[in-house]
Ligand binder design. Sequence first.
Ligand SMILES: Cc1cc2nc3c(=O)[nH]c(=O)nc-3n(C[C@H](O)[C@H](O)[C@H](O)COP(=O)(O)O)c2cc1C
Length: 171
Amino acid sequence: MGKILVAYYSRPGENYVNGQIRRLETGNTARAASIVAKLTDGDLFEIAQTQPYADSYDRCTAQAQADQRGNVRPPLKSWPVLEGYGVIYLGYPNYWNTMPMAVFTFLEGLDFRGKTIHPFCTHEGSGMGSSERDIRRLVPEAMVTRGLAIRGSDAGNCKKEVERWIQETKA
Ligand SMILES: Cc1cc2nc3c(=O)[nH]c(=O)nc-3n(C[C@H](O)[C@H](O)[C@H](O)COP(=O)(O)O)c2cc1C
């Protein structure tokens, strides 16, 4: 099977939590990803764009929406070497019903032949949105399993549901 990689995108800073703007030191998906990494004994990799979106929630949403509308592929700070990894847990926040565009960059820039991707996202109500379908379209060479959607506000406290899902992904 090889090693396990837990690759995630997440943005600390201002965010909406249960309808209120709050400043998060660690992004929701980063918190969920560290739980996934602990439970799978996986290696963590952060998908970071060279020009991060703004700390301000309003500016970030404007930037991210412009990138989505323009079908932009934001350049990444660094890339993992996938050799030796058979399984990739891929985490991201739901941005307008799909993944941030930097995750599109990530998926298109690597060779996922023979790999299995288990997607998980954090969200404020939209669940996985169209992200699983989008991943399958971007990397038809990978096997993509059913994802796990975690409420952003539950991200630090999702060990039980993550544990259950990981068991499912192994079944
Ligand atoms: C630009 C942007 C777009 C978002 N779009 C959605 C959305 O369409 N549906 C949804 O449920 N949540 C949406 N959210 C909320 C995030 O998915 C949620 O807060 C997530 O937990 C943030 O993860 P992070 O802290 O790891 O970045 C959006 C947040 C941002 C910043």
